[in-house]
Design a protein around this ligand. Structure first.
Ligand code: ZN
Length: 260
């Protein structure tokens, strides 16, 4: 099987200033003493032992209950324990050096989503697939860098095993600033996100929406709504991790605030 990679990017580009600040932050991170983001052991950003939490095979995930407009999704890990420690360090504590450990798990989730599309369509291969990242809030951009998530997505795309031509498309943008999602119930999250995205460029091919963590599924459902309203085929979703059903049914205390 050949591996076709097209990591071209459509949509607005990050400014030169923001890209330079990201590069500078990476240089600073490289020069700093490193320790595992999960257990604190001196060494790589995620030690070999802790990284095992991200080694799982991709599996289908469906929140319980799924939000209206839910699209089939694949993830590789449960968002708890070590996985939670690793991803919180990346999302909330500015550990940009963790990024490299997130690309392979995301690549497996995207690859599984592509296979699911092909199986559903009865075709051996889909020629073109648009990979659409969930846009980050201004606050998340300040914490993690202008395009931190997009860089993870782009590197994951380069590691996908597929014959399809993958193209990263910045199809979504925030139309307003939702409230912080932490502490909200599933229905409150849906209300908080309703109409929060608009589609600025509807891909003509099938779309896989990619996010880092799935909690109630409200973010992906809102993304799918915006894409579908613009005429796009929001076929599947892929993410690194998802909260378990038991966690997702809790009143959301302590659950990640997603992007907001
Ligand atoms: Zn560790």
């Amino acid at each position: 099987m050949t591996v076709t990679r097209d990591t071209g990017v459509a949509g607005a580009r990050p400014s030169l200033r923001s890209r330079l600040s990201g590069v500078l932050a990476d240089i600073v991170a490289l020069g700093a003493p490193s320790s595992c983001a999960a257990c604190g052991r001196p060494g790589p950003a995620v030690c070999v032992e802790c990284e095992r939490c991200l080694h799982g095979a991709a599996r289908a995930h469906r929140p319980s209950p799924p939000p209206p407009g839910w699209i089939p999704a694949h993830v590789v890990a449960d968002y708890d324990g070590t996985t939670r420690a690793v991803m919180t360090a990346w999302k909330e504590r500015g550990r940009r050096d963790v990024s490299a450990h997130l690309t392979r798990p995301l690549a497996r989730a995207i690859t599984a989503a592509i296979a699911d599309i092909e199986e559903g369509s009865g075709r051996a291969s889909c020629a073109d697939i648009a990979i659409v990242p969930i846009p980050a809030s201004p606050a998340a951009r300040r914490r993690r860098g202008e395009d931190a998530w997009e860089r993870v997505v782009r590197q994951a795309m380069a590691q996908c095993t597929t014959d399809a031509r993958l193209r990263l498309v910045r199809a979504l943008r925030l139309t307003r600033q939702p409230d912080d999602q932490a502490g909200l119930t599933a229905s409150e999250r849906r209300d908080n996100l309703a109409g929060a995205f608009s589609c600025v460029e509807a891909p003509s091919c099938r779309v896989i929406v990619v996010d880092d963590i799935i909690t109630t599924g409200a973010t992906l459902a809102e993304a799918a709504r915006a894409l579908t309203a613009a005429g796009a085929d929001a076929a599947r979703a892929a993410a690194i991790a998802a909260t378990s059903r038991a966690r997702a049914s809790l009143p959301a205390a302590g659950l990640p605030g997603a992007h907001w």
